[in-house]
Ligand binder design. Structure first.
Ligand code: ADP
Ligand code: ZN
Length: 212
């Protein structure tokens, strides 16, 4: 089963996708996380992607398609995956359909999480991310138990390099220009469900489950 979780930056895609992955027993595949891993590795792909990421613009489709194709070929994706942060352009969505079709698979369901712009900015500017395992916290709504350290692995938590006001504004613009059209692409094919992303994590998770 291939599920796609969509939504603007800060909508809670990553959090909801990770819960869903635990619930359904299939891996969460986040292109943002794959790209951050490539950066941490210091690979050339990662270093080039870093420039786009920090500016709040998209990494080129070819780069992302290569990463996702390799990831979906791995054994743990044999019975499916929850895609988080991908596809982000109509071209990526079309290429994903082609790629899945070649292996007799398809996108089964797309869930779009919507939140207001004010809430997005509040969430993102308070967001703290573990540099070691990628776990996500929030300064006020979900602080770490020990200040500055991840509850899960003890790694250092900090604000992501693209979680500043300037980059957030550009990411929101990028979302409405390039990613929102992907919703129309899936809506036309009748695969799309939209859920309200406001409120607490449990509340939103119930809505996501209801939409599947
Ligand atoms: P957010 O949803 O909060 O913006 P992500 O972790 O999903 O965070 O993405 C962070 C950055 O990684 C994006 O701003 C973009 O530069 C890059 N990125 C992630 N996924 C894609 C994708 N599918 N296509 C192009 N760029 C991507
Ligand atoms: Zn951690």
């Amino acid at each position: 089963m291939i599920l796609v979780i969509m939504g603007p930056p800060g909508a809670g895609k990553g959090t909801q996708a990770s819960r869903l992955a635990a619930e359904l027993g299939i891996p969460q595949v986040s292109t943002g996380e794959l790209l951050r891993e490539a950066r941490r590795d210091g690979s050339e792909v990662g270093q080039r992607a870093a420039i786009n990421m920090d500016a709040g613009t998209l990494v080129p489709d070819e780069v992302v398609m290569t990463l996702i194709e390799r990831r979906l070929e791995q054994q743990d994706c044999g019975s499916g995956a929850i895609l988080d942060g991908f596809p982000r352009t109509v071209a990526q969505a079309v290429q994903l359909d082609d790629m899945l079709e070649r292996s007799g698979r398809q996108v089964d369901r797309v869930v779009s999480i919507s939140v207001t712009e004010d809430e997005i900015v509040e969430r993102i500017l308070g967001r703290l991310t573990c540099g070691q395992c990628g776990a996500v916290y929030h300064r006020t709504t979900k602080p770490t138990a020990r200040e500055g350290h991840c509850d899960l692995c003890g790694g250092l938590v900090s604000s992501r390099s693209d979680d500043n006001e300037e980059a957030v504004r550009i990411r929101l613009q990028t979302y409405s220009n390039l990613t929102a059209p992907v919703l129309d692409y899936y809506g036309g094919a009748g695969r799309l469900a939209s859920v309200d992303g406001s409120g607490g994590l449990d509340e939103v998770f119930n809505r996501v489950q209801g939409a599947l």
